[in-house]
Design a protein around this ligand. Structure first.
Ligand code: ASP
Length: 357
């Protein structure tokens, strides 16, 4: 009996691997990466969406690549210096939050009524502790506040004014709303509002705050959320995600980035995940936790688990976006069903690798 159960379990696992492997040669699928430095692992993303070749000027592409490299190296150096995976995640995300290139911190997208509302979360794979914040308007680095919620409060999630009051108590930097304003995000909102007002628009959607077609098809929606996953010298995994959400979101809308299990998840027994994409789908499909669960219950390798959820489940549900995943051995999985995803990782020789398409 026991023997036949083992045979069945092995067959199920092999079938899983074959099903996903068959899809492995489609464009956009990232091939399996080998382990990096076996002790350390670090991967970041700067958002997924319509980032086709030619949609970025050579200068802009250079800027993105340079900032991604700076952030991935900063996180990795922290790990090399013996800092924790949580430190590395926070350090890299802060760099991207401070850059207007990304939709997080400075450079966040605008809500329907022209405000910036920021969400972020962080999770510790060692003990499954987590912190998350949503609807912030004055916190310069939401990822730092998410970490404070995890480490300095008895809670997991804090929102809006209460979260900002806690930030002030914790001496976390607050800024004027104007700090987050950028011309390109403002123009993107105007473009969507114009499209929404046009009679033939497909932007108007039965679902408030969402777009009719694929969200990433709108030029203004190149997403741009940032995230990081890390494995430190003690074998601890951590993940974090920070975002301004989606352009033209309704007041008070919260996406997947601060929802533990949707946009962020980390568990030392399986993997660390950070996602970017159409948040409503990531929440409904609990994307990040689903990848971890696949690895936990079927022992699926990290890239296959990521592809199974993004290229099959998310794709079939009509959502779009991507994830970065790191397993407990430092193996990397990256998967997206959008045209591109800003991403960077440290390869097995300790060198940074940056990719967009
Ligand atoms: N996932 C984010 C949200 O829905 C958007 C993004 O990834 O850019 O809030």
């Amino acid at each position: 009996m026991k023997k036949s159960l083992t045979v069945i379990a092995t067959l199920v696992l092999l079938t899983n691997i074959c099903v996903v492997a068959q899809k492995g040669d489609k464009p956009g699928i990232v091939q399996l990466q080998g382990p990096q430095n076996p002790m350390l692992g670090f991967v970041i993303h700067g958002g997924a969406g319509v980032i086709s070749k030619g949609s970025l000027t050579p200068e802009k592409e250079k800027e993105f690549r340079a900032k991604l490299e700076e952030a991935v190296l900063a996180g990795y150096r922290a790990l090399q210096a013996g800092k924790s995976s949580l430190d590395a995640v926070e350090i890299a995300i802060r760099i991207m939050e401070d850059s207007p290139l990304f939709n997080a911190g400075k450079g966040a997208v605008f809500t329907h009524d022209g405000k910036n509302e920021l969400d972020a979360s962080i999770m510790n794979g060692k003990d499954l502790s987590a912190g998350s914040v949503a609807g912030l308007r004055h916190v310069k680095n939401p990822i730092t506040l998410a970490r404070a919620v995890m480490e300095k409060s008895p809670h997991v999630m804090m929102i809006g004014e209460g979260a900002e009051k806690f930030a002030a108590e914790q001496k976390i930097e607050l800024v004027d709303e104007k700090y987050f304003w950028t011309q390109h995000r403002w123009d993107a909102l105007q473009e969507v509002l114009k499209e929404e007002a046009s009679p033939r628009s497909n932007v108007q959607s039965p679902k408030p705050g969402l777009h009719g077609g694929k969200a990433s098809e709108l030029p203004s929606n190149r997403f741009g959320t940032v995230g990081a996953v890390a494995l430190d010298k003690d074998g601890n995994l951590a993940s974090g995600t920070s975002t301004g959400g989606m352009t033209n979101k309704k007041y008070g809308r919260v996406g997947d980035a601060p929802i533990i299990g949707a946009g962020t998840y980390a568990n030392n027994a399986t993997c660390a995940v950070s996602g970017t994409g159409w948040g409503e789908y990531f929440i409904r499909l609990t994307v990040a936790r689903d990848i971890s669960a696949l690895m936990e219950y079927t022992a699926l390798p990290v890239q296959y688990a990521a592809d199974r959820v993004i290229k099959t489940k998310l794709q079939n549900a009509g959502g779009d976006g991507g994830v970065i995943v790191l397993d407990k051995f430092g193996n990397i999985g990256m998967s997206f069903n959008s045209e591109g995803m800003y991403r960077a990782y440290i390869d097995k020789d300790g060198k940074p690798v940056v990719a967009i398409y």
